[in-house]
Write a protein that binds this ligand. Structure first.
Ligand code: FEO
Length: 401
């Protein structure tokens, strides 16, 4: 049975949520599920905005049918051709042979790749600033390449000031009845999941996100309707401000992230002593994580939040402990910059991780590596405490700049 909700008189939510999925994109844990959003505009001509993942395709197709009340749909607008949003496109077009696909030229090429050339031939290709009138509603299209794929565009409803923002402004987590951020109060934990979604999915493409924000700044926006997570109709500026920071790689908070990789506890001990010494110095915005006990996507997100990052790693196979190396490579892949970084290493016979982490971090732009560092041999000794004190002093001083 269909399950939809009204956004405005003419526009409805027709997406669905998956709470069974363990890993989004087969990599990111989604303990609270994920929503695949799609929208329907009921006008003289009808428009469907995007389709959904195969997990909710059946519900989506029922929703479309219910919205149509026996009519044939006129347009499906494909803002993004990634399979979590286009899995139902083939079946939708098979059910409604006269349905026209509105998308960018790059999306049309992807439709040919994911489906076939017959479907690609049904595309009405649009360019930057093109408009489409449905009757009361006029839609304008703006390209948003690499937010998060090259074919992406966003659709702006000029009539009701609604931005259908594709992956931008998305959030991990299923929607349960409440589809508006203001209905659930979008708390700190929700913003953490929005940040984790942003940092991991779109974080690499900060300049492109900034370009989209610049375009959006010229529009009056009363609603943001993303492809994942809740719709925004209140306090939109709060979310846009977060996006400005994330996209420009500006730390969201003066905070210290301490991520440690410890085999038998020596490195963990050093990390916790450092955290305690920072707290003694008045630094209370601290987050300490064991890289072996948390998925790296959470740490990538924390690195986007925090101004100061400390990596403490054991030496393993004469290299960086595997999970720490994965984290650092992930941060490098997501183009994180503008951070102050400090290192601690450990090695029972030949400490190497510090040197190797330093080399890896050297490729990350605008990273300030503190000279003060700590090199342990197996466990923390009295002499090491002086070094940890010096590191705590250097971090505290840097945070006050
Ligand atoms: Fe939600 Fe880039 O797909």
């Amino acid at each position: 049975m269909y399950c939809t909700r009204k956004i405005t008189d003419d526009i409805s939510y027709i997406g669905g949520s998956d709470r069974r999925l363990a890993l989004f994109e087969n990599i990111y844990p989604v303990p609270n599920g994920i929503s695949y959003n799609a929208y329907f505009i009921d006008d003289e001509k009808t428009a469907i905005l995007d389709t959904v993942d195969k997990a909710v395709s059946e519900l989506y197709l029922e929703n479309v049918e219910a919205m149509l009340h026996g009519r044939a749909p006129d347009y499906v607008i494909v803002n993004h051709m990634e399979p979590d949003h286009c899995a139902a496109l083939g079946e939708l077009c098979a059910r409604y042979p006269a349905l026209q696909i509105v998308c960018t030229a790059k999306a049309a090429a992807l439709i040919g790749q994911f489906y076939n050339t017959d479907l690609a031939a049904r595309c009405v290709q649009v360019k930057e600033g093109d408009t489409l009138s449905l009757g009361r509603h006029t839609l304008a299209f703006y390209t948003a390449p690499m937010v998060h794929w090259p074919e992406v565009m966003v659709t702006y409803d000029q009539t009701e000031h609604i931005l259908f923002s594709a992956d931008a402004f998305g959030t991990f987590g299923a929607l349960g009845g409440s589809i508006f951020a203001d209905e659930t109060g979008f708390c700190k934990a929700d913003f953490a999941e929005a940040r984790r979604y942003y940092a991991n999915i779109v974080g690499k493409y900060g300049p492109q996100v900034l370009a989209l924000l610049k375009k959006a700044a010229g529009l009056t926006i009363d609603y943001i309707c993303p492809l994942h997570g809740p719709i925004w109709r209140k306090d939109i500026g709060v979310f846009v401000e977060k996006y400005q920071k994330w996209a420009s790689y500006t730390p969201e908070e003066k905070a210290v992230l301490i991520a440690y990789a410890s085999i038998y506890g020596g490195t963990q001990n050093a990390a916790e002593i450092l955290a305690a010494k920072l707290a003694d110095r008045g630094v209370t915005n601290l987050a300490v994580y064991d890289v072996s006990c948390i998925h790296p996507s959470y740490l990538v997100s924390e690195a986007f939040r925090c101004s100061h990052l400390v990596f403490a790693s054991s030496t393993y196979n004469n290299g960086i402990f595997t999970n720490m190396e994965t984290l650092l490579l992930d941060l490098q892949a997501h183009a994180l910059k503008n951070r102050t970084v400090a290192l601690m290493e450990n090695g029972s016979w030949a400490p190497q991780s510090g040197k190797l982490m330093r080399e890896l971090l050297a490729s990350m732009k605008d990273t300030k590596l503190l000279e003060e560092s700590v090199s342990l041999r197996s466990t923390v000794k009295s002499d090491d405490l002086t070094k940890i004190d010096a590191l705590a002093d250097a971090l505290t001083a840097d945070m006050q700049q």
